[in-house]
Write a protein that binds this ligand. Structure first.
Ligand SMILES: NC(=O)c1ccc[n+]([C@@H]2O[C@H](COP(=O)([O-])OP(=O)(O)OC[C@H]3O[C@@H](n4cnc5c(N)ncnc54)[C@H](OP(=O)(O)O)[C@@H]3O)[C@@H](O)[C@H]2O)c1
Length: 278
């Protein structure tokens, strides 16, 4: 990651640069000629060019990291909002704008609190609410590589997956252009294929015969609990899938509206990541 562009380029503080969206965002910002200053808690990495040492839970370090930047890309990394008020206060004194990645659905609780804090701070901000990430499909990679079947509950549930590169493209616009402050962008892919269709699409891309094998809800729950899911989260996830059997997730046109390019279909993500399923 480099902080190396023309002298009048704006500077963005990037939080979560190695995360699912952050790794694309760093590349896209650099390609757009934006200076990127990457926050990291790792002292070894912070010595590299373009990185700055800091922790969202240490407001003093965050304030120092944000000093002189125009905008911050923020993803709140933990399951509680503890420390968020101090972090927002630290940013409010230093930056002109924040773009918050706030996952839609049950994982959003701390992000909603961060959103409320941003609202009260008066700091101009944009919220990105993506649906499920296309990369979540990697949870099937082991079963698909083994060949045969992917076993799960809700094969006929229509779930929307948005490509991480499209989320990053929207973030670039919101970080660097006027006109996005106050927006709440719900980001989706262009369609909501069923889980069984998603598995078939990956199989076609990878050149493997794969089929969906339905698992009853109780058996799926048992398997989730045995792999460490807290019961309330497992039930929430299963309820979410159950509801999408009758009503597939809706699609928005926000990626196209903001970036001028249509959102990538899941088939494109599968083609680009086919090697991971072989
Ligand atoms: N649906 C959605 O909208 C959505 C969005 C994002 C993620 N997710 C899900 O969440 C999973 C994990 O998310 P992720 O891939 O983004 O990775 P992650 O493991 O949540 O985040 C890792 C990144 O966050 C930084 N970070 C973590 N805690 C920090 C702190 N206290 N202060 C400063 N930086 C901190 C790390 O930096 P250093 O280690 O360098 O300090 C690293 O760059 C994904 O696989 C995805 O399934 C869902």
């Amino acid at each position: 990651m480099t902080e190396n562009t023309t002298d009048d380029a704006s500077t963005v503080l990037l939080v979560g640069a190695s995360g699912a969206v952050g790794r694309h965002l760093g590349l896209q910002l650099a390609a757009a000629g934006v200076r990127v200053r990457t926050l990291t808690r790792r002292a070894d990495r912070a010595r590299q060019q373009g990185y700055v040492h800091g922790d969202l839970r240490d407001p003093r370090s965050l304030r120092a990291a944000a000093h002189g930047v125009d905008a911050v890309f923020l993803r709140w990394p933990s399951s509680t909002a503890e420390g968020a008020a101090a972090a927002v206060a630290a940013l409010a004194g230093e930056v002109r704008r924040v773009v918050l990645l706030s996952p839609a659905g049950g994982r959003a609780a701390p992000s909603e609190e961060v959103e409320a804090l941003l609202g009260r701070s008066g700091l101009p901000h944009t919220v990105l609410r993506p649906h499920g990430l296309a990369g979540d499909a990697l949870r099937w990679a082991e079963e698909i590589r083994a060949g045969g079947a992917v076993r799960g509950y809700g094969g006929t549930a229509g779930l929307n997956l948005v490509d991480e590169r499209d989320i990053a493209a929207v973030a670039v616009r919101a970080l660097t252009e006027d006109g996005h402050d106050g927006a709440r962008y719900v980001l989706t892919g262009p369609e909501s294929p069923t889980q069984a269709e998603q598995v078939r699409i990956i199989g076609e891309a990878a050149g493997r015969e794969v089929r969906w094998e339905e698992v009853p809800r109780e058996a799926a729950r048992h398997r989730m609990l045995s792999t460490g899911w807290p019961p309330a989260l497992a039930d929430g996830a299963l309820d979410f899938i159950h509801a999408r059997i009758a009503a597939p997730e809706p699609v928005t046109t926000t990626v196209q509206d903001v970036t001028g390019r249509p959102a990538r279909p899941f088939r494109a993500w599968a083609a680009d990541h086919a090697a991971l399923f072989r």
